[in-house]
Write a new protein. Structure first.
Length: 136
């Protein structure tokens, strides 16, 4: 971000922090409790889990990324998975398609959980006919 700002590049977020908090606050109480419990459960292992994610990302190991980032959430609470990943990924895919209709080059950075599985940003775009390629 600092390099983009220094180069005078425009920076745009797909959503605001208020929107992110609103997504979580808008969930039913039982789903919010699942989210809180999952977050607290992972707190002690956060550094190890982050290292595993980074290593998997560097290797292009999508199966490990899927297991580490979304599998537990999807199993613990399909409603949480839908709100935190699927709905947001769909919104972001809409915004990316709008960007693609314009000109120039855009750099997009999202968390690893948004880039794995059948509901990933790129999977949604691909289902819509957008050509998607994995970088080598």
């Amino acid at each position: 971000k600092a390099r983009a700002e220094a180069a005078g590049k425009p920076i745009h977020g797909f959503e605001t922090i208020d929107k992110q908090i609103g997504i979580l606050a808008g969930l039913p109480d039982d789903v919010q409790l699942v989210f809180l419990r999952e977050t607290l459960k992972d707190y002690e292992n956060a550094a190890t889990k982050l290292d595993e994610m980074v290593e998997a990302w560097a290797r292009g190991d999508v199966a490990t990324l899927d297991r580490v980032t979304i599998k537990e959430m999807k199993e613990a609470s399909p409603a949480l998975y839908q709100a935190v990943l699927v709905d947001r990924n769909t919104d972001w895919a809409n915004q990316i398609q709008t960007l693609l209709e314009g000109s120039g080059t855009a750099f997009i950075a999202v968390g690893a959980a948004h880039l794995t599985g059948d509901d990933s940003v790129q999977a949604i775009l691909q289902k819509r006919g957008v050509t998607v390629e994995a970088a080598q």
